[in-house]
Write a protein that binds this ligand. Structure first.
Ligand SMILES: Cc1ncc(COP(=O)(O)O)c(C=O)c1O
Length: 410
């Protein structure tokens, strides 16, 4: 018998916006890898292909104009989400591309780069490729705490010892699940004359980022982690893209001749050269709109209710799984499976899959962080949540885990 939870109705309403879940028995708890796609976003993609299939910013005909208007509206929706100007928003293929572009921008910059021990590879490898590492001290890594975050004291120390650096860090770790005190970290970095790049990939679907309140220079995130389609993402740059020459090609110049050269548009087109993922842009616009309509507060309340369900059902009492950090409402719960056992995280996930329960195991593309918490390297067991996860999902997960453990320990 399912217990009545006070947000159950709202969770159901949200779940009904996701056709992949509303009509299926799937227990989807790998939202940190990719969320499901919201219906308005799916519709935006299919509308583009069915009704407005044309290139944008180029055509002289009505269909192209509609596709262009929707493209530009998507930029406005994303700008509203970040409380910034539309010209400060560029569309990319996703966080990975955004962060690589930013690192390329600083490729010949002699300043040190500060990151945290919790970075996803997308936020660390592009810097490491530039021969920045801790041995040559061109890369400074702020340590992570035992409970899966970064301490402000450590951050102050790192920033004060390396003023004027380029700082790149994650708002929420996809490995430990903890949200860093990123607002404070941004302010501290700025007090020390650093440029700040935020990897907001994990948090964008769950918590607001206000660019007016937080002096961030760059922000990167992906559509597929915020209920939109895949292969589309965002790069925010404070002040716009006039001075950024990331890509050249179609749509980027106002004049070109072979004698004198070319004149750039001096705008976001230099980042969005060529034909963009137009359907993807429409889809991220629809998802950004949906998030604003539902509201981050509601999203957080639904996810907090799911936490209550997990707690009531006993997820955090399973002694074979050790949660990284304290149990409190959040969107990602990562566990280390007792290394003394003769089975590991992926064995558990394999059993859960038989019951149509999707979780993630492994190093989560954050190998240094993974080894920080599971030195044996057998991998992390990650449950990640979205506002559509309901009590049925909770029961399937926890009971599925108990059954898996029973079978594996026989
Ligand atoms: C924190 C973080 N940063 C960056 C990425 C890379 O995102 P994408 O694969 O969408 O480019 C991920 C994906 O898991 C992530 O969790």
């Amino acid at each position: 018998m399912l217990k009545a939870y006070k947000k159950a109705k709202q969770i159901k309403e949200i779940r009904n916006c996701f056709p992949s879940l509303a009509y299926s028995e799937l227990t989807y708890l790998d939202n940190a890898a990719s969320t499901q796609t919201v219906d308005s976003s799916i519709k935006a993609v299919s509308d583009y292909h069915y009704n407005y299939r044309a290139n944008v910013h180029r055509g002289d005909f009505k269909t192209s104009q509609i596709a262009t208007d929707l493209y530009d509206e998507a930029r406005v929706e994303v700008a509203k989400l970040l409380n910034c100007e539309p010209f400060e928003v560029a569309f990319t293929a996703g966080t990975t591309e955004s962060l690589n572009m930013v690192a390329e921008h600083y490729a010949n910059d002699d300043r040190k780069v500060i990151i945290t021990h919790l970075e996803h590879h997308s936020s660390s490898l592009p810097w490491m490729r530039q021969d920045r590492n801790t041995n040559n001290e061109k890369l400074i890594v702020c340590k992570a705490t035992d409970d899966g975050t970064v301490s402000i004291q450590d951050w102050v120390e790192v920033c004060e010892s390396n003023p004027g650096s380029i700082v790149a860090f994650v708002t929420q770790s996809n490995l430990t699940g903890h949200t860093l005190e990123w607002q404070k970290m941004v302010a501290i970095a700025k007090e020390n004359d650093c440029e700040v790049i935020l990897d907001a990939c994990q948090s964008i679907a769950h918590a607001p980022i206000d660019t007016q309140l937080n002096n961030i220079d760059w922000i990167a995130f992906s559509g597929h982690k915020m209920f939109a389609s895949t292969g589309i993402g965002v790069l925010f740059h404070r002040g716009g893209f006039a001075d950024i020459q990331s890509r050249l090609g179609g749509g980027t110049i106002s004049h070109v001749d072979y004698e004198s050269g070319y004149v750039l548009n001096n705008d976001v087109s230099q980042v969005e050269a060529g034909t963009q993922n137009i359907a993807g842009v429409h889809s991220i616009g629809a998802a950004a709109k949906w998030i604003q309509e539902i509201g981050y507060k509601e999203i957080q309340e639904c996810e907090a209710e799911f936490f209550n369900m997990l707690k009531d059902k006993g997820l955090f009492k399973i002694k074979q799984l050790k949660l990284i950090g304290d149990a409190y409402p959040r969107s990602v719960f990562s566990f280390v499976v007792d290394p003394e056992l003769n089975y590991n995280a992926s064995d558990l996930a394999g059993f859960l899959d038989f019951e149509n329960v999707c979780v993630r195991t492994g190093h989560m593309c954050a190998v240094p962080a993974s080894y920080r918490y599971n030195p044996e390297g057998s991998g992390i067991f990650r449950v990640s949540v979205a506002p559509y996860n309901d009590e049925h999902d909770c029961v399937k997960l926890v009971e599925g885990l108990w059954q898996a453990i029973e079978k594996l320990e026989k």
